[in-house]
Design a protein around this ligand. Structure first.
Ligand SMILES: C[S@@+](CC[C@H](N)C(=O)[O-])C[C@H]1O[C@@H](n2cnc3c(N)ncnc32)[C@H](O)[C@@H]1O
Length: 302
């Protein structure tokens, strides 16, 4: 890789930090990107990082970003103040950097030149790396949705899932928890897990070792699946930082497009999320299966 190249982790914000149009994308949330952990040392002259909110994940990304910089290469990292921005400077100093910090639009922006020695590099990378949870043997990684515990919404759906048959999909499949449950039925012939986060996609491939499972790294809204008998989903409701109810609504519309007539969607949502209208619009019959503990589970038949 030419040492003149630059890289970008996450969506660019040209008002906050420089990012070349041909920068190599390193965020696992962008389909087609390159895994930052797979980049050789000293590959880029500049790296721009939209730093993630999770502390362990952020330190992992910052450590890798420094590692892939050539000597004297520049790292620009930014984050909203209340989503890790206020900690960026200290975290970069702990990695051995001298940090120039500025503030803009509620963000902190830190600029550093790669230090000759990156302090605690291996620790930061090991702390954020993929790992297998001892108790259940599942692969996961800090930064992935609910990476080290069963999500209460997933659990609510797991409690009531019926035995499916035929071909189906898991929209936003995560590390594969719902998929493992669905594939317990021998009547399921194929299950496609669609997942945007490459870390979760990778973990799911390891966790769901079943020849009937197919894995797609991509956006549910563009998955283009057709004629399915069933879909299960615990859809995301955060995009970037804030709550985004339109994401779950788009998952519902995409599910309706991917099912055959008579096919079913089983979906869980936080109680306050307004999914009823889009469910009623997109499906012939909608049933509230369960409500409790802050969640509601729907079965929607096309
Ligand atoms: C609430 S989590 C559910 C994960 C898993 N099914 C479970 O129940 O544990 C939603 C998942 O959707 C993924 N996701 C977010 N936006 C997506 C999109 N547009 N297309 C596909 N997956 C997406 C997230 O990365 C996350 O893994």
């Amino acid at each position: 890789m030419s040492a003149l190249r630059t890289a970008l982790y996450g969506q660019a914000d040209h008002d906050l930090a420089p990012a070349a149009p041909d920068a190599v994308q390193l965020s696992p949330l962008v389909p087609g990107s390159t895994d930052i952990a797979s980049i050789p040392d000293e590959s880029f002259i500049a790296v721009t990082v939209r730093a993630p909110a999770g502390a362990v994940e952020r330190r992992f990304v910052l450590a890798h970003a420094l590692r892939v910089l050539a000597p004297n290469g520049r790292l620009t990292a930014f984050a909203p103040k209340d989503r890790g921005g206020l900690r960026l400077k200290k975290e970069l100093e702990a990695l051995g950097c001298e940090v120039g910090e500025s503030a803009r639009r509620h963000n902190r922006i830190c600029l550093v030149v790669r230090p000759a020695v990156i302090t605690s590099l291996d620790d930061a990378i090991a702390a954020g790396a993929p790992r297998q949870i001892a108790e259940n043997g599942l692969w996961t990684q800090p930064g992935v949705f609910s990476w080290d515990r069963l999500d209460a919404g997933t659990n609510a759906l797991l409690q009531v899932l019926p035995e499916f048959s035929g071909t189906g999909a898991d929209f936003g499949g995560g590390i594969g928890l719902l998929a493992l449950n669905v594939l317990a039925s021998s009547k399921v012939t194929k299950l496609t897990l669609v997942e945007l986060d490459h870390r979760a996609f990778d973990a799911a491939k390891r966790n769901v070792a079943d020849p009937r499972a197919e894995f797609v790294w991509g956006d549910v809204r563009q998955a283009g699946l057709k004629d399915l008998d069933f879909i299960v989903s615990n859809p995301p409701f955060h995009d970037g930082g804030g709550e985004d109810k339109t994401l779950g609504q788009a998952f519902i519309a995409s599910a309706a497009a991917a099912l055959r007539k008579g096919g079913v969607l089983w979906i869980v949502a936080n109680r306050h999320l307004p999914y009823e209208a889009i469910l009623a619009e997109s499906f012939a019959k909608v049933r509230l299966v369960e409500e409790g503990g802050g969640y509601k589970v729907f079965e929607a038949k096309k």
